[in-house]
Design a protein around this ligand. Structure first.
Ligand code: ANZ
Length: 947
């Protein structure tokens, strides 16, 4: 009797696989292909960590599974090896990054091998290998030639710690994605890739990606941030309202400068609200600020200086107190209403979005409302929250006395369904009355109060309960009411109450309490939803959606904007691909001729970044000084390098043909392998690598015809992070990092792999818990003993039915990435059949199922059972439905949360099957009209149709 000794068998089979090239894939296969990809690592000095082990193990199971299923599987691996850590290490130790990278790769490759991952090492790539980055540079030149790589000076994100520029995508919550330092702004000449030109294609491409998680698609969508609206110009005029202004200043200003030629262009997604635009705001960065002649130049200048010092993140924070300064001496003209409105500069408007200026509609935009409330700017509602005609619409007023008390009316029995309640003044709009007129009429009728509408301030839109006549309405506030002068109608009575009294009064309606409480905190509800227009001239009574395009057309030009910015593509660091560009005094920017690629990184003595915005390469004269390939005259090489995301933007293409020295990959190889069928990787790359590489691929497909597919990845499978056993993030400083080497040493690779998968659903966050690993370890040891000691014979009928169910379930689980369920399936199977009669064939079938998870032990047991070669050469067993024992479970069927029926289904039934069966139930049908809006499915327990 032998004992399960992982150490012995694992090394043996790793050697076997390598010698027999078991996992090498062919470009000339006649089989159907599966391209299984997992994000390649940065070979850091620390080596492999748990964040790698999880996706690698999952991907490896999947790759081995599809091989057994008869596919030609490509499962490649390589090294994403440019980047700052190697360079920072070089600065500390003087060891060249090329050398440390090589050492790190050797170490991490050893670790990967010890885990038994079935990578096809014949396709190995390394982004820092000149034979690889030659093609990264070549691809850059294709972007350049297509006009998509350009140099420009701009205010870019700058990491003061890493001393390099960063792309927008590398700034996470205002911090450097890499080192966590607070990102600053710096004006630098930079290379950019025009990813914005592909915004629409990047967005549209997502539509076809049915096998991508919604969360990933949504994040990309939000990042691209498409907004449809209009650009509208507002003319600037000199304001003449302030008598106190120095007239000589005004005279000199108008004679030397005609401000009325100046227009402020705003971007708005709601042109339908233009009649409600009561002021304009320009961003502190707005170029017009330098041109406009205003009275309070200094005050504005000081504000701009303070504002531009802040982070964009901070500026747009919702809870940030709004700040701003009015530009005195000028006004803008609202092109719809003709009103002259003030112009402000405020930091809640960003310089790099839209046009850097907005029309503020405080009645319908939260930020504008807050701003207008703070600075006492007019708030003019132009949308009511209804699709109904205005007739019958509610209008109300809160009257405030000069000492801040609320004037309310106690309604008489006839006037209200709420007798004796204390409520606001107001009523319904009648006939074709405007909202203003209705309010004034009501006040006149009830209070004999004559008050100009302009003395009212808009407060908020309200929705009353359905059983009241006026379901929707607007509420206005008038201040400084002289209570003495109110002349009440017969039968009516007024109450003059402080806010506190209103809230505690037994007879005030809940609505009044609610509104007064809101008024106290100035948190009125701003109607941001579309509705019906009023106060909007010829558009009165039209629905927002209908008016929007018409008003966009009439007052401006329809315009689509994207939040996505061009990709800052240069870094002021050493350890990256040199940008293949030459600067010549005579010819300007000259691309390095393709036959001179690669432009190799020279060895340097000093890796220290200069911090001045120049890369360390700038100090190496022999490298920098070169010849212009156009005129032959003296020229200088571009000294910035590419960002660490360059190499990974196309590596999935290179794997198809990694040794090609004529092309980045042959068309044939790409035709066979692309697209990647399943791509395993982290959520943190969603708006970085995953977006960048889609961009490169779309460019290479649409513009260049060099890649056969538009979208590179059919399916994306993200994994949840592995936390330490205490539920916190693993980190060296806390000493809670699990070292994969120790685990393989102690338990062996098979146990570690299986346990890793057993921790929980692949997509979910899990906490590492070493206690559980011994359970898996014992399980594999039992399987070993069982199969090495078993006397095989005929299959018991139960053995067979359990086996067939296991085939079916494992198949389903791997195909749906439910690896943890598959692992428990193996354990259950073992418990059910270990004491039953079993044939050797069935044992081999069992081994083929277990093999993707625990490949070494399965190879060894297969050999002991007399098998020849590798389990990988076998086929995935077919299951026979007739032999599968039915495992029936009961599922509760709910409609809108109430149980209406119970159905019995096979334990392995899919959500779709369960849905169909549940919807077929008569008891359920009685409660559902049409397609349910939402379906909530709790596996194995219940299905709830929400209608
Ligand atoms: C008037 C308006 C009325 C607006 C309304 C909204 C609601 P998204 O969807 O994010 O594109 N805006 C435009 N440029 C801006 C900038 N540079 N900085 C800050 N805010 C800016 O939002 C577009 C809306 O955000 C625009 O539509 C504009 O406000 C504001 F009831 O214009 B809106």
């Amino acid at each position: 009797m032998t004992k399960y000794d992982p150490k012995k068998i694992e090394a043996k089979w790793q050697k076997y696989w390598q010698e027999n090239k078991t996992f090498v894939s062919s470009n000339d296969s006649k089989k159907d292909k599966k391209y299984v990809l997992v994000e390649f690592p940065y070979p850091s000095g620390v080596g492999l960590h748990m964040g790698h082990v999880r996706p690698y193990t999952a991907a490896d199971v999947t790759a081995r599974y599809y091989r057994l299923k008869g596919f030609e599987v490509m499962f490649p691996m390589g090294w994403d090896a440019f980047g700052l850590p190697a360079e920072n290490y070089a600065i500390k130790t003087g060891k060249p990054p090329a050398q440390t990278t090589e050492e790190n790769i050797a170490n991490i490759k050893r670790q990967i091998t010890e885990f038994g991952y079935s990578f096809d090492w014949d396709r190995e790539i390394n982004t820092t290998d000149p034979n690889y980055y030659k093609w990264t540079q070549w691809l850059f030149l294709q972007f350049y030639k297509a006009g998509l790589a350009f140099e420009d000076t701009g205010l870019i994100n700058w990491c003061p710690k890493d001393k390099t520029g960063l792309a927008n995508e590398e700034v996470i919550n205002g911090e450097c994605e890499r080192c966590g330092a607070k990102v600053e702004k710096k004006e630098l000449k930079q290379w950019y890739l025009k990813i914005t030109e592909y915004a629409e294609k990047l967005l549209q491409g997502l539509d076809g990606l049915d096998k991508w998680p919604d969360a990933v698609k949504l994040q990309q969508q939000n990042w691209i941030g498409k907004s449809e609206g209009a650009e509208i110009e507002f003319s600037v005029i000199m304001s003449d309202s302030e008598g106190s202004r120095d007239s000589s200043l005004q005279a000199s200003r108008s004679s030397e400068y005609r401000q009325d030629d100046i227009k402020i262009k705003v971007f708005t997604t709601r042109p339908d609200t233009i009649f409600g635009a009561t002021y304009l705001v320009v961003a502190p960065e707005h170029p017009l600020l330098k041109e406009l002649k205003i009275d309070n130049q200094k005050e504005v200048g000081d504000y701009i200086e303070k504002a531009t010092d802040q982070e964009e993140q901070d500026r747009t924070r919702e809870d940030k107190e709004k700040t701003g300064v009015e530009l005195k001496g000028i006004k803008a003209v609202n092109p719809a209403s003709g009103e002259e409105i003030p112009v402000w500069v405020a930091d809640y408007v960003l310089g790099n979005y839209g046009t850097g200026a907005i029309m503020a509609v405080p009645a319908h935009d939260e930020r504008d409302f807050e701003f207008a409330t703070k600075f006492d700017l007019p708030i003019k509602p132009v949308v009511v929250p209804t699709k109904e005609p205005i007739n019958g619409y509610g209008v109300g007023a809160m009257l405030l006395t000069s000492d801040g008390k609320f004037v309310l009316q106690r309604r008489d029995q006839n006037a209200s369904k709420d007798p004796y309640k204390v409520a606001f003044f107001g009523g319904g709009v009648e006939g074709d009355e405007t909202i203003e007129n209705a309010l004034l009429r009501e006040l006149k009728e009830e209070l004999s109060l004559d008050i100009e509408f302009s003395n009212f301030k808009y407060f908020h839109s309200y929705t009353l309960k359905k059983d009241q006549k006026n379901v929707f309405g607007q509420l206005f506030v008038a201040n400084n009411i002289d209570a003495q002068k109110l002349d009440l109608n017969e039968g009516a009575k007024i109450e003059i109450l402080t806010a506190e009294e209103v809230l505690n009064h037994p007879d005030t309606t809940n609505f009044v309490k609610e509104v007064v409480a809101k008024y106290q905190t100035r948190s009125a509800e701003v109607l941001t939803e579309p509705g019906l227009l009023f106060n909007s001239g010829e558009f009165d009574g039209m629905a927002s959606e209908e008016a929007l395009p018409k008003m966009a057309e009439k007052y401006g030009q329809p315009k689509t904007t994207y939040r996505l910015r061009d990709w800052v593509f240069s870094r002021q660091r050493y350890w990256g691909e040199p940008i293949p560009i030459i600067h010549c005094d005579k010819d300007g920017i000259v691309p390095v001729p393709e036959n001179q690629l690669p432009v190799t990184l020279p060895e340097v003595e000093n890796y220290e970044p200069t911090g001045t915005g120049q890369s360390p390469l700038a100090g190496i004269d022999e490298w920098v000084n070169t010849e212009c390939s156009e005129c032959g005259g003296p020229a200088k090489r571009e000294t910035n390098t590419m960002p660490q995301w360059a190499g990974s933007s196309w590596y999935f293409l290179r794997y198809a043909d990694s040794k090609n020295d004529k092309e980045f990959a042959s068309k044939d190889s790409l035709k066979y392998w692309m697209p990647v069928d399943i791509y395993f990787g982290g959520m943190e790359h969603t708006t970085l690598h995953l977006l960048y590489s889609r961009f490169w691929n779309i460019f290479l497909h649409h513009d260049q015809g060099l890649v056969p597919v538009s979208e590179p990845y059919v399916e994306r499978v993200p994994h949840g992070i592995v936390l330490a056993s205490d539920g916190t993030k693993m980190s060296k400083s806390k000493g809670n990092v699990v070292n994969p080497d120790e685990l393989t040493e102690k338990y062996g690779a098979d146990v570690t792999r299986m346990y890793e998968l057993f921790l929980g659903p692949h997509g979910q966050m899990v906490a590492w818990n070493e206690d559980g690993i011994t359970g898996v370890s014992k399980f594999l040891a039992r399987v070993w003993t069982w199969l090495t000691e078993k006397e095989f014979g005929q299959d018991d009928s139960k053995t067979l039915s359990e086996l067939h169910r296991l085939i079916k379930d494992t198949d389903r689980d791997i195909a749906s990435y439910a690896y943890n369920t598959a692992v428990s399936g193996f354990m259950k199977f073992y418990n059910e059949v270990k004491d039953l009669e079993m044939s050797k064939d069935s044992a081999v079938s069992f081994l083929s199922l277990l093999y993707p998870f625990a490949p070494h032990i399965c190879e060894e047991l297969y050999e002991i059972l007399g098998g020849k070669g590798s389990v990988q050469d076998l086929s995935w067993p077919e299951y026979d439905a007739d032999k599968v024992v039915q495992d029936i479970i009961t599922i509760a069927v709910q409609v809108n949360g109430k149980v209406r029926d119970e159905i019995e289904v096979d334990a392995s039934a899919t959500e779709d099957e369960i849905k169909t069966q549940a919807l077929a139930s008569e008891k359920v049908q009685k409660f559902i009209a049409g397609e349910p809006k939402k379906i909530i499915y709790v596996p194995q327990k219940l299905i709830n149709f929400v209608g």
